[in-house]
Design a protein around this ligand. Structure first.
Ligand SMILES: Cc1cc2nc3c(=O)[nH]c(=O)nc-3n(C[C@H](O)[C@H](O)[C@H](O)COP(=O)(O)OP(=O)(O)OC[C@H]3O[C@@H](n4cnc5c(N)ncnc54)[C@H](O)[C@@H]3O)c2cc1C
Length: 377
């Protein structure tokens, strides 16, 4: 490892080892490319910044039908039981008056520490290198040498290709001065609790989490409980809201976490020079439900293949943008529209109650995922 003045050169530098970065590293290594992942955390996946609901292959391929034709992705989705935790086959949505609407789900309540660790181990077993406790801090453009140098707390790097897998705040894009970064950031807080005895994924709407929602995701003996609140409703501290919510349900809190969910939709282009953004860094979270793990995995695989094809001389990196758009753009656009409608109409408990009752089970189901909540919208 070079810590002197001359940066270490790698074929592909991946910044971040969440699901997007590890999947990209896995696929790149499998295709025979030299890949280094730098991860600022000491341990991959710790601390989690997530509700920890992992979509099963059925859930993902229903949402994004084009991936059904991708045997690599289907095989990759074969996660071992110990990583997946509790199967969640039911979601319940609660109105402010606690009227409930339920529908089927195909997901798992997992531990991101184990899930992300598993994906990172798989990438390493394919030949990728992951360096933890290594944080990207600066990107320096050395014009005379026609290169960008990626400076970390533990050495500097140059690379033929870079993958921005650094999550919601897209640090590579930020440090390179790009304005095309994910927007609509929703602040969230969550905690791990005991004392919860339901086995469905529950969502609560209304003043418990204005402009957002509260969730309970069971994961075996414990559950992940959280809330996301729209910026202009941050009058009460998020932690206070969460404590009150858990208190009301008689839950015992053991630890807290939090993070940003980019709900603004896909960036205009996920390719910027030789840098490809994946997952949250490309704004691929589903705006109406905040889920992004599945899209991070899909985009990580596509980015890796676009890089490989480009290296082999066959195609332009912009093919990556094209396949993202073909696979996910429509769904993400509809999902964003649902979220915007929700923000427009559900301004208080009364209007939220009325809107949810009007939509009913089917409309709510469609609004939560990526289908039009009503035929006319
Ligand atoms: C509270 C909360 C609840 C959520 N709940 C769910 C859910 O239940 N289900 C779901 O599907 N999605 C959920 N999401 C969204 C989901 O967490 C993300 O969509 C998903 O993790 C995106 O994966 P990623 O690989 O793009 O980025 P991330 O998983 O965020 O990984 C980014 C990685 O980059 C590293 N990194 C960042 N900056 C640097 C740097 N400068 N140098 C080196 N490394 C860096 C980070 O440490 C991190 O490991 C939730 C998000 C939040 C905040």
């Amino acid at each position: 490892m070079s810590k002197g003045s001359e940066p270490e050169h790698r074929e592909v530098l991946v910044v971040g080892s969440g699901p997007g970065g590890s999947t990209a590293a896995n696929r790149l290594a499998e295709l025979g490319m030299d890949v280094l992942v730098i991860e600022r955390r000491q341990t991959v996946g710790n601390p989690a910044q997530c509700g920890e609901c992992i979509p099963a292959w059925g859930e993902m391929s229903d949402a994004f039908p084009l991936i059904k034709k991708d045997p690599w992705l289907e095989g990759y989705w074969n996660f071992p039981d110990h990583v997946l935790g509790q199967y969640l086959e039911w979601m319940r949505l609660y109105t402010p008056s606690m009227k409930e609407y339920g529908f089927e789900l195909d997901c798992y309540g997992a531990h991101r520490l184990q899930f992300d660790g598993h994906l990172a181990d798989r990438a390493v077993s394919m030949g990728a290198e992951i360096r933890t406790s290594t944080e990207l801090r600066k990107v320096q453009n050395q014009r005379k040498l026609n290169r960008e140098v990626y400076r970390t707390n533990d050495g500097s790097f140059t690379a033929d290709y870079v993958i921005d897998a650094s999550g919601a705040l897209a640090h590579v894009g930020r440090l390179r001065g790009s304005e095309d970064r994910p927007g609509g950031q929703l602040p969230t807080i969550y905690c791990q609790v005991t004392g919860h005895d339901s086995d469905s994924f529950d969502i609560f709407m209304g003043s418990v989490a204005p402009g957002g929602y509260a969730w309970i995701i069971p994961k075996g003996d414990i559950a992940n409980v959280g809330i996301g609140v729209r910026y202009n409703h941050l009058d009460v501290p998020l932690k206070q809201r969460l404590d009150k919510f858990c208190d009301g349900l008689g839950l015992t809190i053991h630890s807290y976490g939090g993070g940003w969910i980019p709900l603004g939709g896909m960036v205009k282009s996920a390719v910027n020079d030789n840098v490809l953004s994946v997952g949250d860094a490309a704004g691929l979270v589903m705006p109406s439900n905040g889920g992004g793990i599945g899209q991070a995995i899909i985009s990580g695989k596509y980015a890796a293949e676009a890089i490989y094809e480009n290296k082999m001389g066959g195609s332009s990196l912009s093919d990556y943008d094209n396949i993202l758009k073909k696979t996910m753009a429509k769904q993400l656009r509809i999902s964003r529209r649902s979220k915007n409608l929700f923000w427009t109409f559900c301004r208080n408990d009364f209007s939220t109650e009325v809107a949810m009752r009007l939509l009913g089970t089917n409309g709510l189901r469609r609004a939560v995922d990526c289908r039009r909540p009503l035929i006319i919208i």
